[in-house]
Design a protein around this ligand. Structure first.
Ligand SMILES: [Zn+2]
Length: 149
């Protein structure tokens, strides 16, 4: 630190002191930031790719909701009955089954009498206003998602 021992130490524009043409502390931090951004972007791309295999479109849902929904979808596809995953038919629309994912989210399915076909995951906020209006709920459930291929 003393000027005698390190005669050529200088102050860079960033305020750090050091040797050489540029501030190595700032350069190292920038490299770390770039690496972190690249890692996040890679994770984002990997996460996006996982949606391709889902039976219904789960894009845009919070991560843990998407993951919990996948567990339920897997169970249903393996033959688990909807009531075994706490599913209930709607009173007003018997052909619709709702399965709780969390306290806030429901997986809504179509029950055609023999099989249960997953349709959509909805939050209370989306779902409650439609709940008393079977026509609107059905229209929403059977609407095609823009993002669905
Ligand atoms: Zn610096």
């Amino acid at each position: 630190m003393s000027r005698r021992r390190r005669k050529h130490k200088k102050r860079f524009a960033c305020g750090h002191r050091g040797f050489g043409q540029y501030c190595h502390r700032c350069a190292a931090r920038q490299a770390r930031n770039r690496a972190q951004l690249a890692r996040k972007e890679r994770q984002r791309v990997e996460w996006q790719a996982t949606f391709a295999d889902d039976a219904i479109d789960l894009r845009g849902l919070p991560r843990h909701i998407a993951l919990k929904t996948r567990q339920v979808l897997t169970e249903l596809s393996e033959g688990t009955h909807y009531w075994e995953v706490s599913g209930k038919r709607l009173h007003m629309i018997r052909e619709v089954v709702r399965i709780p994912i969390t306290r806030r989210y429901r997986l809504l399915c179509h029950h055609d009498g023999t099989t249960v076909k997953p349709l959509k995951v909805m939050s209370h906020e989306e779902y409650n206003p439609l709940f008393r209006n079977p026509k609107r709920l059905l229209a929403k459930l059977f609407s095609r998602d823009r993002s669905k291929r």
